[in-house]
Design a protein around this ligand. Structure first.
Ligand SMILES: O=C([O-])[C@@H](O)[C@@H](O)[C@H](O)[C@@H](O)C(=O)[O-]
Ligand SMILES: [Mg+2]
Length: 422
């Protein structure tokens, strides 16, 4: 038995790019929480979560209930977190969408603590986390290039130089961005974050990508920013060009209405984001692919349970991402390596993050994939100087929640971010 002695939660802010989304634009800093679970025998396990105020408060509340728990007792962890958060309310953390529920609030707090416990377990046993999840079925996990419409600079930048990627607001800009991501990282799959430009323009960008990268699977994700009518109008320009279309319209019923009219597989990380939403989605036939994400499905074990449910119902499984750092990237890699039916390349925002809390080198995208770290636990080490620096940056930057709408309002006064916009 190895008991938890204490748990610390440190918020950090990392520079982020002016990436355009369905509701606005990324703020100049992305916020994350770094979780350290220390055991009485001197082992520290790492986890990572959203860094908004609500998540931080919940994480700290749950963390205070963990000393004394055996780091192998993951059922006990879930029970203690649920008890500690009883009465916290249902507001979701920084996700762009998804109906709120208490179960989701608890899941998003269990996740980083569970990852940290797995890291500690692996370090204690001298085994990689993938081994604790059933063993790897692949030695390297493929990731997709995450293409964004974007500006060259943040409006009224609060103090740092543009990142050098420049603007991408049309098909040529998107193809150039894809070319650079493919050249630098070797990505074989491409995903375009849509819901930003007029849908016909986004379909043109898809066609331009199709022409420029004939062998690369493509995805488009309008993040529910289209009406059903719009989606039906644009579908013919997308069919036969995408491996899947992610969340074109809001809701499980809206998605089902589109699914009934197209052979193009629909995928989601918006209308199915918790276990209680699966039965209706299956009954309606809303989607053919679910994007899991351990951060809000409740951790690595819960994600494997999702994988089993997808297999049972003949649904494909892919992986969603939000802005994240190396601890989460390592967790995503171990999880994907140990999940046989996760056969789509996973999303990652990694190339857009220029700062990290982990020591460089352990986890890197090469030839479009990440080699599963073979060392104990997650296989990444905390860079304490970087943690201190990025925590200072958090204290200085003034941002406390992800708010794409507010960030957009800096450039476009009166912006509401209401969906569907098209
Ligand atoms: O980072 C973004 O702007 C993404 O749009 C993210 O917030 C979404 O949650 C996501 O990547 C998605 O696939 O919907
Ligand atoms: Mg999505």
């Amino acid at each position: 038995m190895s008991r938890i002695a204490d748990v610390t939660v440190t918020p950090v802010a990392v520079k982020d790019a002016p990436l355009l989304t369905s509701i606005g634009v990324h703020q100049p800093y992305a916020l994350r929480s770094i979780v350290e679970v220390r055991t009485g025998d001197g082992i520290t396990g790492l986890g990572e979560a959203y860094g908004d105020d609500t998540t931080l408060h919940r994480l700290r509340t749950a963390a205070a209930a963990l000393p004394g728990l055996d780091v192998f007792d993951l059922n006990g962890l879930a029970a203690r977190v649920a008890a500690a958060l009883a009465g916290v309310g249902a507001a979701t953390p920084t996700e762009l969408a998804g109906e709120a529920s208490v179960a989701k609030a608890v899941a998003s707090v269990v996740a980083p603590l569970e990852v940290a416990c797995y890291d500690a377990q692996g370090r204690l046993l001298g085994r990689p986390v993938a081994d604790l999840l059933g063993g790897r079925v692949r030695d390297a996990v493929p990731f997709s290039a995450y293409l964004f419409y974007r500006w060259a600079e943040h409006p009224r930048d609060p103090g740092y130089a543009p990142d050098g990627w420049g603007e991408a607001l049309d098909p040529d800009g998107i193809v150039a961005q894809a070319r650079r991501l493919v050249d630098e990282y070797g990505f074989a799959s491409l995903k375009l974050k849509g819901g930003v430009r007029r849908p016909e323009e986004e379909a043109e960008a898809v066609q331009a990508l199709r022409d420029a990268f004939p062998g690369h699977p493509l995805r488009l994700d309008p993040n529910a920013n289209w009406t059903i009518e719009t989606a039906l109008r644009v579908l013919p320009a997308l069919e036969g060009r995408l491996e899947y279309l992610e969340d074109p319209v809001p809701g499980r019923d809206g998605m089902a209405a589109i699914a009934a009219r197209t052979g193009l597989p629909l995928a989601t990380n918006m209308c199915v984001t918790a276990f209680e939403e699966i039965p209706e989605a299956v009954a309606l036939g809303s989607v053919r692919v679910v994007l899991g994400d351990h951060h809000y499905w409740g951790g690595l074990r819960a994600s494997q349970k999702l994988a089993g449910i997808c297999e049972t119902f003949g649904l494909g499984l892919s992986m969603h991402s939000n802005s994240h750092l190396g601890i989460s990237l390592a967790a995503m890699t171990h999880l994907a390596a140990a999940t046989p039916n996760l056969t789509y390349a996973c999303d990652t925002h990694s190339p857009w993050q220029s700062e990290d809390v982990v020591e460089p080198g352990a986890i890197a995208i090469r030839d479009g994939s990440i080699a599963v770290p073979g060392g104990p636990g997650l296989g990444v080490e905390l860079d304490r100087d970087a943690l201190a620096r990025l925590h200072e940056q958090y204290l200085r930057c003034g941002f406390r929640d992800r708010d794409d709408v507010a960030a957009m309002r800096v450039a476009v006064p009166g912006w509401t971010g209401h969906r569907p916009r098209f």
